[in-house]
Design a protein around this ligand. Structure first.
Ligand code: PHE
Length: 341
């Protein structure tokens, strides 16, 4: 009996020293497992004198039950402590400030496109969508730029693997789409979108850029209408008083043709690298729609006349916000994107 008592206190001491579940499992093997001390004690009862067996058996089972209960309690305590430690280590600190979400905003090119659309919208222009991937025929041929025409050099572009299919070099092929869709009704549309050119990239030119084409076709549409429309546009876009300059120019699809410059804001007209030291920045090309183009669109040039223009919204944004390099628009520098507009 004394032996059993010593065994029990030894077992209890060792269990109290077990710090992990694994340690309690080893303890279980030592005492209560198939070859454990307590198990062996109970197994050895058969060797005792008959009269001692019942008391020893009872005492032995009592110790076994006690130790099993103690093991259970110990394991619970260990699990509880482990959970508390894990919670303390991984817990969420609800007092930490949250992570700030940056708000996105509209890209400066799109913002300018929207402003342009709005101004022309007030003058009664509708927006007409035309494709960016074009046929050679629409981009050049029907705009009076036949194969071999030197004007094609000005608009070197990207060719697809399908012969005769290219990325449009300007939004002007949209004129053909719009005319064929509206003919014989009068037209007053703008056609905004992306254009591509195989060009030496510089502060003024990028190989991808936006344009907004404008097209008006009707009876008695004159050059004064073109001029009035563009001056009105510039006054609304830049504020009254921005100087505009109309220079005679040449486009195969308009006759007569002009290029329109606005006074360079970057240098105040002094001359800088963006305006090529002229004090002026070209913002658009324009002219009266060439009779051959009217005809290609389905209109009789002896009855209808029209004007067209093509402007670069990035150029316009540069002037409006004093940006000195067009490449900023497409390099995705967040500092630029957040500041403009
Ligand atoms: N398409 C011409 C360009 O890309 C601009 C233009 C449009 C000129 C319409 C006249 C009329 O340069």
């Amino acid at each position: 009996m004394q032996e059993l008592e010593a065994l029990r206190s030894q077992a209890e001491k060792e269990l109290a020293a077990a710090k992990t579940i694994e340690a309690t499992e080893a303890w279980y093997r030592d005492y209560l497992g198939r070859n454990g001390v307590v198990t062996n004690f109970l197994r050895g009862l058969g060797g005792l004198p008959r009269e001692e067996r019942p008391a020893a058996g009872r005492a032995g089972n009592e110790v076994k039950n006690l130790l099993e209960a103690a093991l259970h309690t110990r394991q619970e305590a260990i699990r509880q402590r482990e959970m508390e430690q894990a919670l303390a280590a991984e817990g969420v600190d609800v007092t930490l400030p949250g992570r700030k979400q940056n708000l996105g905003r509209i890209h400066p090119s799109n913002q300018t496109l929207r402003e342009i659309s709005q101004i022309f919208g007030q003058m009664g222009f509708q927006v007409y969508d035309a494709p960016e991937v074009e046929t050679d025929e629409n981009n050049f041929g029907l705009l009076n730029i036949p194969e071999g025409h030197p004007a094609r050099d000005m608009w070197d572009t990207f060719y697809t693997t399908t012969p005769g299919v290219i990325l449009r070099t300007h939004t002007s092929p949209g004129q053909i789409h719009a005319m064929r869709a509206y003919c014989p009704e009068p037209i007053r549309v703008i056609l905004p979108g992306k254009c591509y050119r195989h060009e030496d990239v510089s502060a003024r030119y990028d190989m991808m850029f936006h344009q907004v084409e404008g097209l008006v076709v009707g009876h008695n549409v004159t050059f004064s209408d073109l001029k009035g429309t563009l001056v009105n546009f510039a006054n609304q876009m830049f504020g009254e008083g921005r100087r505009l300059r109309f220079r005679k120019s040449y486009f195969p699809f308009t006759e007569p043709s002009v290029e329109v410059d606005a006074g360079c804001v970057l240098c105040g007209g002094e001359g800088c690298r963006v305006c090529k030291r002229t004090g002026w920045l070209e913002i658009l090309g324009a002219g009266m729609v060439h009779p051959i183009v009217l005809q290609n669109g389905g209109y009789d040039p002896s009855v209808f006349s029209g004007f067209a223009f093509g402007m670069g919204p990035e150029r316009i944004a540069m002037l409006k916000y004093g940006i000195d390099d067009i490449r900023y628009f497409f390099t995705n520098d967040i500092r630029f994107l957040e500041r403009v507009g």
